[in-house]
Design a protein around this ligand. Structure first.
Ligand SMILES: NC(=O)c1ccc[n+]([C@@H]2O[C@H](COP(=O)([O-])OP(=O)(O)OC[C@H]3O[C@@H](n4cnc5c(N)ncnc54)[C@H](OP(=O)(O)O)[C@@H]3O)[C@@H](O)[C@H]2O)c1
Length: 238
């Protein structure tokens, strides 16, 4: 791509795999996170690190300026309220990033790592600061933004070295685990595939040996596009 790609949460376990793959493709990578120490430990020297906090809008403007794409893979807090509640990173933080992107020129592709079950308010994960509700609100904000986007909903994340068969699903009806390397692959592949724009999908992988290269284009081509009007309606209902 002509301009840098920002990986917000690029010092994290999925984010650092994303950053590495993008560098391997010859991209310029800006990693965004709060901890400089964590960055020193976990990002390759070719990536540029910016200490910034998605909860503080002024801190994200400079690192996002002029980016051609953004991968947002931030771990939320679990408090019911206050700075470490999921609302601050999964909804308000997403809005801050979108605002910063809108105030700069261009139409960067926004890849949001969300999670399965966000449409199930009675799921046990939602007791942690209404995490699922806020994730869904963040997703809807991205879907209604007018920017090109991809929303990725992994199941429970693992670090198993085996890459079993991968499934992309829609409708938020299933369950299952998925390895972080597959999630990172999906984030990166989505940036280069027109078929991955304007879609939301869940991911799960089977445990076991690799079943051959993942046919990403075929998987993306099988997805149904989202309806942005539905996202706008959900946001206006609050
Ligand atoms: N664990 C699961 O089973 C599971 C399932 C589905 C989805 N997910 C989601 O998948 C994504 C990736 O997970 P992961 O395992 O890679 O997470 P991780 O290793 O905990 O990494 C999270 C990243 O977010 C950054 N971050 C946290 N708060 C931030 C803030 N306020 N501003 C800027 N950066 C911030 C962290 O860096 P600093 O701390 O330095 O800021 C770190 O780089 C997360 O959204 C996670 O919730 C996880």
């Amino acid at each position: 791509m002509d301009s840098p790609i920002a990986v917000i949460g690029g010092t994290g376990r999925v984010g650092r795999l994303v950053a590495r793959q993008l560098l391997d493709r010859g991209e310029r990578v800006r990693v965004i996170g709060r901890s400089t120490q964590r960055a020193r430990r976990h990002i390759p020297p070719q990536a540029q690190f910016f200490a910034a906090d998605v909860r503080a809008p002024a801190t994200v403007r400079t690192p996002l300026h002029g980016c051609s794409a953004v991968v947002y893979t931030v771990e939320p807090g679990t408090d019911d309220a206050g700075p470490d509640s999921p609302e601050t990173t999964m909804h308000t933080g997403v809005r801050h990033v979108l605002d910063a992107l809108r105030s700069a020129s261009g139409t960067p592709h926004f890849v949001l790592v969300s999670q399965r079950h966000v449409t199930h308010r009675d799921h046990p994960m939602n007791v942690y600061g209404r995490m699922l509700d806020w994730r869904l609100a963040g997703e809807n904000t991205v879907r209604a933004s007018g920017l090109p986007y991809t929303v990725i909903r992994p199941g429970w994340l693992t670090d198993e070295p085996g890459h079993g068969h991968l499934h992309l699903e829609q409708g938020d009806i299933g369950d299952g685990r998925v390895t972080r390397p597959y999630v990172a692959d999906a984030c990166v592949r989505a940036l280069y595939s027109p078929a991955a724009r304007g879609v939301t999908f869940e991911m799960r992988s089977e445990v076991g040996p690799a079943t051959g290269p993942v046919p990403w284009e075929e998987l993306f081509a099988g997805l149904r596009a989202d309806d942005p009007a539905a996202a706008r309606a959900a946001l206006s209902r609050g």
